[in-house]
Design a protein around this ligand. Structure first.
Ligand SMILES: Cc1cc2nc3c(=O)[nH]c(=O)nc-3n(C[C@H](O)[C@H](O)[C@H](O)COP(=O)(O)OP(=O)(O)OC[C@H]3O[C@@H](n4cnc5c(N)ncnc54)[C@H](O)[C@@H]3O)c2cc1C
Length: 456
């Protein structure tokens, strides 16, 4: 029998790798984890956490105006970007240290540096080599920019948290959830924001009512849109004649007319791709399909002792999914209790302003699968909070059911606290609940969530 240095070698200490390594060690495996950047990965260091803190920061801009309707006279404030940025970075740094201490407590050995395969059981980090009985790839993904002229002038979401100066004019290229969230954040923080998208509405793939309602509210908050643009025509140039930092984005609109806008900072939120290039996957003959590691239901690759989880497999790219896949892997292999993750009915949120959240099927997907057997309940109203605070922000809620028993296929919401509400409501979809289960649940009044119990 071969003697390996470790039972398990994990590559990447992000959401998935951390969860898998700690669970495998708790189940008795000798585990090492390699991290080339900061322990914590995308979510903690340059994703969910710093982004949500920026979302919170952006909400304060409405406070003095909203409070005034409630009788409070609070002078309008002014953003100190350096203070906000540094406060977020110090929280990120605290979490980074916390995750390192969790690894120590869990008896997982941390190896700093980027790892690459030497062969199917050997990994190199710098000039050191390590062998392992099993290897888990959890390297996540990174932002990708399209191959268009001047794209080097655009930043990605990673640099959004480190901007040396707050840009007064901010442009976002891309209509996905990351671009839409940053458009709302920057508008809330006081920038003049323009979002440039390929479709008519943001959030391709989401329910059409969600897309329309999010975009309408963004327009009401002062975000400017260029929609249906020809993305191949887009270029960015530095305006040398004026302020050195000014950028000009040029593109053709849907009618083929040339449009130009100027901005101090341009965010390219144009997609993400698995982080595979430094791994030398060919040394271990690991199969890659469409740029992502190909895995089976149990997260094993074509090499039965090598597994992959999280964004590098491009299944559903969300933190809770990477964590669940990591724990399921560890329990299946080291706990001998096979456990597979279902990738259906995963609730997800967009921290746009207002928030959008969804679980289960969109109306379009439900119609595609069940045709006329589906029924849609929908409501749109002005939440009580705004009756005194003023403003035009509406809440939209939607329930999609199928068959005579009205089994709930999907729930969609755009509005205040949508993520918190849909997280709780997602249980109805996972448990196969029906509309009558909601009808039989006593409403909690006055709330927005009660509308899901009383839809007609
Ligand atoms: C701006 C932004 C906002 C987001 N917001 C949300 C949100 O609100 N909710 C949500 O659920 N998800 C969100 N996500 C997605 C979420 O961050 C990812 O789905 C999640 O982090 C994936 O976890 P992972 O373990 O697969 O990879 P990661 O967390 O990316 O971790 C991979 C780690 O591997 C390391 N690594 C890479 N290559 C090597 C190598 N060769 N050797 C050693 N180490 C390596 C990387 O440095 C990284 O630390 C967001 C992402 C972004 C970019």
């Amino acid at each position: 029998m071969t003697n390996f240095d470790y039972d398990l070698f994990v590559i990447g200490a992000g959401s998935g790798g951390l969860a898998a390594s700690k669970r495998a060690a708790a189940l008795g495996a000798k585990v090492a984890i390699a991290e080339g950047d900061l322990v914590g990965g995308t979510c903690v260091i340059r994703g969910c956490v710093p982004k949500k803190l920026m979302v919170y920061a952006s909400h304060f801009s409405h406070f003095s105006q909203e409070a005034s309707g409630y009788g409070w006279e609070i002078p309008a404030g002014k953003l100190d970007w350096n203070k906000l940025r540094d406060a977020i970075q110090s929280e990120v740094s605290r979490l980074n240290k916390l995750h390192i201490s969790f690894l120590e407590k869990s008896n997982v050995e941390l190896i700093s540096g980027f790892a690459k395969f030497v062969d199917a059981h050997t990994v190199a980090v710098g000039d050191r080599q390590f062998t392992a009985e099993r290897i888990l790839i959890a390297v996540g993904g990174e932002a990708s920019k399209p191959d268009l002229a001047g794209m080097e002038h655009a930043i990605t979401s990673k640099e959004m948290f480190l901007m040396p100066k707050f840009p007064q004019r901010f442009a976002v290229i891309g209509g996905g959830y990351i671009g839409t969230e940053f458009a709302g954040i920057m508008r809330g923080l006081g920038a003049d924001v323009t979002q440039i998208i390929r479709d008519r509405y943001v959030l391709r793939g989401f329910d059409h009512d969600v897309r329309i309602n999010v975009q309408e509210s963004m327009v009401n908050h002062g975000i400017k849109f260029h929609t249906c643009i020809n993305s191949d025509s887009l270029t960015i140039s530095k305006n040398a004649s004026k302020d050195e930092s000014e950028l000009t984005i040029s593109f053709k609109d849907g009618d083929g007319n040339l449009q130009q806008i100027n901005a101090d900072t341009v965010l390219a939120a144009t997609g993400r791709q698995p982080n595979l290039s430094p791994l030398s996957l060919d040394k271990a003959n690991i199969e890659v399909v469409k740029g992502a590691i190909a895995v089976k239901e149990d997260s094993s690759t074509n090499q039965p002792h090598i597994y992959a989880i999280g964004d590098c497999t491009n299944r559903v790219n969300l933190t809770p999914v990477a964590i669940a896949e990591g724990r399921a892997f560890a329990e299946t292999v080291y706990g001998h209790t096979p456990r597979f993750i279902s990738h259906n009915n995963i609730p997800s949120a967009v921290f746009s302003q207002p928030e959008a959240a969804t679980v289960g099927l969109s109306e379009e997907k439900a119609r595609e699968l069940y045709g006329d057997r589906i029924k849609v309940y929908k409501t749109k109203f002005r939440p009580m909070f705004y009756s005194l605070a003023g403003g035009d922000t509406k809440t939209m809620m939607k329930l999609i059911v199928v068959g005579e028993e009205e089994r709930v296929l999907g729930l969609q919401m755009v509005g205040k606290d949508a993520a918190e509400i849909i997280q709780g409501m997602s249980l109805v979809v996972t448990m196969g609940g029906c509309k009558k289960d909601l009808d039989n649940t006593m409403a909690m009044h006055p709330t927005a969530a009660e509308e899901f119990m009383t839809m007609r």
